[in-house]
Design a protein around this ligand. Structure first.
Ligand SMILES: C[S@@+](CC[C@H](N)C(=O)[O-])C[C@H]1O[C@@H](n2cnc3c(N)ncnc32)[C@H](O)[C@@H]1O
Length: 258
């Protein structure tokens, strides 16, 4: 399988994402991000905006959010859902490496653990520096990480299969664990998406889905090195909750000095 088939949110992957986690579907993240950004008058940017699952509810709270994504298929859902609600945010094609500079963002947000799609820590370090320079003084970088412990959890090594029904279509996703590399803090799963209609396979899509996991001290050090002065870790989308070994999600709030 070539590199182009890695972490691609292509047509079936996007459809499954939107069916499984439609606009406004929350893991608790939308409420926490909404609370953290409450009253923020400045511009907010969401790279990896995807289908707008988070962007749209934040716009509906009156926040000024724009976004980018490398997957046109994911962003097509975002555009359609925005139009349905009479919203017209600025949406551009882009990656974590192309976060717009010079707009003095009040916040950059990356929910859903999407920063873990970056497998090379040196590449992540340069992205963190890019986020920091895109923020105005006092600006915040808010993002989520699956805890390092989830790399070695019992169910992380198990295959899984799921299906979704959409009109006459059945979509399936099979996930086969390929690698759990503890020394590099990486997991790789082989994903196979299928679209079935009237008992026939219409389309299939393969993806080699790789994620990097970060330790809590490691991420704090990386962010400080990138220019952030203050780093807060919040457990399980609960404002004020400290991160512990039991935490199943970590939200990082890194602040650039004034
Ligand atoms: C898990 S989805 C998250 C979408 C949305 N932010 C949410 O919370 O529902 C991950 C998104 O990251 C995007 N993505 C993948 N590689 C990326 C990269 N190198 N830079 C920026 N975004 C990337 C994908 O296209 C996909 O839309």
């Amino acid at each position: 399988m070539n590199a182009a088939a890695q972490n691609r949110y292509s047509s079936l992957a996007s459809r499954v994402y939107h069916l499984d986690k439609p606009t406004g579907h929350s893991f608790g993240d939308i409420e926490l991000y909404g609370a953290l950004l409450d009253g923020e008058a400045g511009e907010i940017f969401e790279p990896a905006v995807g289908t707008g699952r988070v962007l749209i509810p934040l716009l509906e709270l009156g926040l000024r959010v724009s976004g980018s994504d490398p997957s046109s298929e994911m962003m097509d859902f975002c555009v359609t859902e925005c139009e349905r609600r009479g919203l017209s945010p600025q949406l551009t094609s882009g990656t974590f490496d192309t976060i717009p500079q010079g707009r003095d963002f009040a916040a950059v947000i990356i929910p859903a653990g999407s920063i873990q799609l970056v497998q090379d820590p040196a590449a992540a370090q340069s992205i963190f520096a890019g986020v920091c320079s895109a923020l105005k003084p006092g600006g915040r970088f808010i993002f989520d990480l699956d805890p390092l412990s989830s790399l070695t959890s019992a169910d992380a090594g198990l295959p899984s299969a799921r299906s979704w029904f959409d009109g006459e279509d059945t979509l399936t996703l099979t996930s086969i664990p390929e690698t759990r590399d503890i020394s590099r803090q990486l997991s790789v799963n082989q994903l196979r998406y299928e679209l079935w209609r009237h008992g026939s396979l219409v389309q299939s899509e393969l993806d080699r889905f790789a994620l990097r996991f970060w330790g809590n001290y490691e991420i704090e050090l990386a962010l400080r090195l990138a220019g952030f002065d203050q780093v807060e870790l919040i457990a399980d989308y609960t404002a004020g909750a400290s991160v512990s070994e039991e935490s199943s999600m970590v939200t990082v709030v890194a602040t650039k000095s004034r």
